[in-house]
Design a protein around this ligand. Structure first.
Ligand code: PXL
Length: 273
């Protein structure tokens, strides 16, 4: 059975981060271990969440996980509550990279041209350092712009996307997938490139509803699909289609996020022993 270590926050209410990664990766047949970097009463899309950072515990938890010899086919990183958290997980990422784990980083920092509430420029720098340890990067357009020092375009031009992809590929990783790319023609999709196979892109008709946590859902399905042997582009396509189905199947836009639960049986097709 494939195994994943998912490093991100645990938001008690509001589907995102670990409450998405665990069920999705389990449905896809992966043993999913977690390193919660913070506990939040809700994600930051609800007003005034209680945030309990676990920053000073990250290295102790990571050391013990490594010490018992736990191995992972993939180690994934998502939302972190501050720059010191990014610094705290760096040694663990380097260790698992040296052990041959595939490192997938979704530098979850913002959307629609703005940083998430409570994050700042220092966070962007720390996340950029973390992205240098990744094999595969999964930024949205906002995050790709922040990582590469470019301006943000809400409806990005083709040249702009090529420049963002090219700039993100200058980081040491082997592939980048830029998610949530809106087109003028009522489409949404992703674009990206693998260093050894070149660029790719995918568009599908947009379902005009915005939710928290869809990037986390994309990252979880993507990870499971890559571990099931799909190429980066195939895995991203499966993830984009799954997110679209979940968004379309959620009648009301609320901060509780998308109703992915009833779609989980679709993911069983990736299940491998
Ligand atoms: O979905 C990204 C995310 C994850 N975790 C927390 C968040 C957000 C986005 O706002 O607040 C706590």
């Amino acid at each position: 059975m494939k195994s994943v270590l998912s490093i991100q926050d645990l938001s008690c209410v509001g589907r995102c981060s670990l409450t998405v990664a665990l069920p999705v990766l389990s449905a896809m047949g992966c043993r999913c271990s977690v390193l919660p970097t913070a506990v939040l009463s809700t994600h930051t899309g609800f007003p005034n969440p209680k945030i309990v950072p676990l920053t000073e515990h990250i290295s102790g938890i990571g050391d013990h996980i490594a010490q018992i010899g736990a191995s992972f086919d993939a180690v994934t990183v998502g939302y972190l509550a501050g720059p010191d958290q990014a610094a705290a997980i760096l040694p663990l990422l380097r260790y698992y990279r040296s052990q041959g784990s595939l490192i997938i980083v979704d530098p979850a920092m913002g959307d629609h041209g703005r940083l998430y509430s409570g994050l700042n420029g220092e966070h962007v720098q720390a996340m950029t350092a973390l992205c240098r340890e990744a094999d595969i990067l999964l930024p949205n357009v906002t995050e790709a712009a922040l990582l590469t020092g470019n301006d943000y375009q809400e409806v990005p031009e083709e040249d702009y996307l090529s420049a963002l992809t090219e700039a993100a590929l200058q980081l040491p990783g082997s592939a980048v997938v830029i998610t949530g790319v809106s087109g003028k023609d009522g489409t949404i999709g992703f674009c990206g490139a693998e260093k050894h196979t070149g660029p790719f892109s995918y568009r599908t008709e947009v379902v005009p509803k915005q939710f928290h946590g869809t990037g986390d859902l994309f990252a979880a399905v993507f990870t499971g699909a890559v571990l099931a042997g799909r190429s980066v582009c195939q895995a991203a396509t499966a993830a984009a289609d799954f997110v679209r189905t979940c968004v379309a199947g959620t009648p009301n836009v609320t901060p509780y996020g998308v109703e992915f639960e009833r779609q989980l049986p679709q993911l069983i097709s990736f299940f491998q022993d």
